[in-house]
Design a protein around this ligand. Structure first.
Ligand code: SF4
Ligand code: SF4
Length: 73
């Protein structure tokens, strides 16, 4: 399993399912859900290996992501 150097909090109810974040993520650790949110859109799920790069936060038109960088241990 890849180490995560960052993590994201995903506000799934804000998501409109555009999938821009999926291809924007350099380590490819975002996957679209099978389930839908209250508005009927699929939303991203985070897998292991986030680098905290903020690319998803920058590309998302709906402010779904909050990015946190994990401290060096
Ligand atoms: S912060 Fe970067 S690595 Fe982490 S999910 Fe977003 S785009 Fe992917
Ligand atoms: S870029 Fe934002 S709105 Fe589009 S699928 Fe990703 S989280 Fe949802």
């Amino acid at each position: 399993m890849r180490e995560s150097r960052g993590t994201v909090v995903i506000d799934i109810e804000r998501c409109k399912g555009c999938e821009l974040c999926i291809s924007a993520c350099p380590p490819n650790v975002l996957l679209m859900s099978g389930e839908v949110n209250e508005t009927g859109y699929r939303y991203p799920l985070l897998q292991q290996g986030c680098t905290g790069c903020t690319a998803c936060q920058m590309v998302c038109p709906d402010q779904v992501f909050e990015v946190y960088r994990l401290g060096v241990r």
